[in-house]
Design a protein around this ligand. Structure first.
Ligand code: ZN
Length: 442
């Protein structure tokens, strides 16, 4: 039985994309994975497992099959470390009538109103002057205690709030109160308080990448605890399932390379250095193959034989709005992980890839459902199609069904996390029996 508290504590440790990578590193380290440095030559041994962090907010974990190259090529599970929220702007202190406000910027497609009246804290990186200009000191910071809140207007001042909804201006309605100030003097109160938190002087802080996140932890719901309500289920449920799947799986045939790829910046389009469009995945594979004394032909052959699963949350049928779901492909909470298909190519996959996923799930008796968008309600896209276009590989988009995607708190079923984790474990463990694959050279 899947242990829900493992997912909840992973999410609690992960209030920023940098912390997702740190929490993942802790898991991999405990499971015996060995650390590598990005950009340095590697010495890899067959049968061992490794991880490498890239730019602090992306990461790869991989297992090198113990018997060398074989039939199975490369298997990769990819997910994203980022999530919608608020980023603090470089000059952030604002003062209004004695209130110390923070100038923040929405990150990703968040449901703005869901973040109102929720105590929030700050987590991410603070960068200080280092030994020379090109080597500043980077500190991972999670202040963890409630610091600020974006207050709603009282109903008496917004009588239509329950009938006409909340219209929010992205600049003027979203500044959290972070301090009560006793003077309107010109000092940068935020930088001063931030410096105090890390025991440094304000002028030492050169820059930061800080996320304002709701501090309330996730919890189970339902009379039998069958649901989970938590921040960041999109997409930390997938990150956790991908890592659990790689760690728990046994690659019995011992060949090929199994990879978990965790990219940043999916929520803003993936076109960044740590995003899935960056070419990082190909650079990783090239580095692995060089370290194993394999050549470009070997890599091309193993990518062609390989398989990608792009793991991201899917929309579950909403109990009060069934009309928003596709008439026949409408996943429900608790009925298993979801196979996503879109004629638009917004998700990675084709008929053969979907059949591969179904076969693995059927063989392991893992429940699954289908998701497709209604034709008149276009859904989002995932990093899968972008990744499979640059790393030309077969693949399929999958994920857990959730409610309230991109809200400050999302809801899913505990059973679906178990279904997804078992599927990813089986994906990495499944053997290939067919004989007419290209012959292994080494
Ligand atoms: Zn997502």
């Amino acid at each position: 039985m899947y242990v829900v508290s493992d997912l909840l504590s992973f999410i609690a440790q992960s209030p920023s994309a940098f912390h997702v990578v740190k929490a993942s590193e802790d898991m991999l380290h405990s499971a015996g994975f060995l650390p590598l440095m990005w950009g340095k030559p590697w010495q890899l041994e067959r049968g061992k497992c490794y991880y490498v962090k890239v730019f602090g907010s992306a990461m790869f974990a991989f297992r090198v099959g113990k018997s060398g190259r074989g039939k199975r090529g490369i298997r990769m599970a990819a997910a994203h470390t980022d999530f919608p929220g608020f980023r603090v702007k470089p000059i952030a202190s604002m003062k209004e009538d004695g209130y110390g406000l923070l100038n923040v910027e929405p990150y990703g497609g968040l449901i703005l109103s869901s973040f109102l009246d929720r105590p929030m804290s700050l987590a991410g990186e603070i960068v200080l002057r280092g030994e020379d200009a090109f080597h500043p000191d980077v500190y991972l910071v999670d202040i963890a205690r409630p610091l600020m809140i974006i207050p709603r207007l009282a109903i008496h001042m917004n009588r239509d709030v329950n009938t006409k909804g909340e219209k929010l201006n992205r600049q003027t309605d979203l500044a959290p109160i972070a301090a009560l100030l006793d003077c309107d003097c010109g000092e940068d109160y935020f930088r001063a308080k931030l410096a105090r938190e890390i025991d440094r002087k304000p002028e030492e802080i050169l820059s930061y990448d800080l996320t304002a996140y709701p501090v309330a932890a996730g919890c189970t719901l339902g009379f039998d605890g069958e649901m989970i309500a938590s921040p960041r289920l999109d997409n930390l449920a997938s990150v956790r399932a991908a890592l659990d799947g790689l760690i728990d799986s046994n690659n019995a045939s011992g060949d090929g390379i199994d990879v978990v790829a965790l990219f940043d910046n999916e929520e803003i389009g993936s076109r960044t250095k740590a995003g899935a469009s960056s070419g990082l995945a190909r650079e990783l594979l090239e580095a692995i193959y060089r370290a194993l004394s394999l050549d470009a032909d070997d890599l091309a052959e193993d990518i062609a034989r390989g398989f990608l699963i792009s793991v991201d949350a899917a929309h579950a049928l909403h109990p009060s709005h069934a009309e928003k779901a596709d008439p026949t492909n409408r996943p429900r909470l608790g009925r298993g992980f979801v196979i996503k298909e879109a004629a638009s190519g917004a998700y990675v996959g084709d008929a053969t890839s979907a059949a591969v996923v179904r076969s693995i799930a059927d063989d392991a008796k893992i429940p699954y459902q289908y998701f497709a968008n209604r034709n008149d309600i276009p859904g989002g896209a995932t990093l899968g199609s972008m990744l499979s276009a640059s790393l030309v590989m077969r693949g399929q988009d999958i994920g857990v069904p959730i409610l309230s995607m991109h809200s400050a708190r999302e809801t899913m079923a505990a059973a679906d996390q178990e279904s997804l984790t078992r599927f990813i474990t089986s994906f990495f463990a499944s053997e290939e029996k067919k004989k007419d694959r290209p012959k292994a050279k080494k």
